[in-house]
Design a protein around this ligand. Structure first.
Ligand code: ADP
Length: 231
């Protein structure tokens, strides 16, 4: 298998009392290494659930997920966490920064885990890159949502991820900050070859990715090459 992400007949059901809710129904697609892809669709269509399954944060009811050529289905939570630690980046609304660490320390975490050199100065460079070097000693609660998003991106850069999953990366940001975050995402793709998988409401952002996957009511309704890629 050459794809960095491969989904096969993926479904997700939730059960409450005697009722079964199907949130995702029989989704299959593959994403090549280095590809940029958006998942779009109406609110409640299952996008965030799908991203969580792809990233190994949640498990499917039926079907299979391969991430980095490893099948996540048969793994324990610890094993899935190890796959996520191996060059998989996240920018999720509820899965952001470690609250007890400063901005700088958050960016340092992936490099520390890999016992790399010159961690502090390299983390400072990454903070400069996202324009937040003056916030290095701030804790996440002392930062705005947009600033936290940019710190999460700096951390993603420090992890040199082979694949990055981002849930509404420009949502809730003002236009200028949204543009900055967007540029950084594409720089990560260009400079490090990171595969991007974005969930977004922003069709202008989606059109800048190479591929757009639409889901509606938990079903994949289209999977097309974007005609508007501008890089
Ligand atoms: P989207 O990201 O497209 O807005 P979501 O993936 O967040 O959609 O949600 C899809 C559907 O799954 C929604 O109807 C939501 O209420 C339902 N859902 C999500 N998580 C749960 C859960 N833990 N238990 C029950 N239903 C859930």
């Amino acid at each position: 298998m050459t794809n960095i992400l491969e989904l096969q007949n993926l479904s997700k059901h939730y059960h409450s009392n005697d009722h079964q809710l199907t949130v995702l129904n029989n989704i299959s697609f593959g994403i090549e290494e280095g590809e940029t892809c958006s998942i779009v669709g109406p609110s409640g269509s299952g996008k965030t659930t799908l991203l969580g399954l792809c990233a190994g944060l949640d498990s499917a009811s039926t079907g299979k997920v391969w991430l980095n050529r490893m099948c996540l289905n048969d793994m324990s939570e610890d094993e899935r966490a190890a796959v996520r630690g191996e060059h998989v980046g996240f920018i999720f609304q509820n899965f952001q920064l470690l609250p007890t660490l400063t901005a700088l320390e958050n960016v340092m975490v992936p490099m520390e885990l890999r016992k790399e050199q010159n961690i502090r100065s390299r983390a400072m460079e990454l903070l400069e890159r996202v324009g937040l070097e003056d916030r290095f000693s701030h804790y996440p609660t002392q930062l705005s949502g947009g600033e936290q998003q940019r710190i999460a991106l700096a951390r993603a850069f420090s992890n040199t991820p082979r694949i990055l999953f981002a849930d509404e990366p420009t949502g809730n940001l003002d236009e200028a900050t949204g543009e900055k975050v967007e540029n950084l995402l594409f720089e990560l793709n260009k400079e490090q070859g990171t595969t991007l998988v974005l969930v977004t409401h922003d069709l202008e952002l989606a059109k800048k990715t190479q591929r757009i996957i639409r889901i509606k009511g938990g079903e994949l309704v289209s999977d097309e090459k974007s005609v508007n890629v501008n890089y």
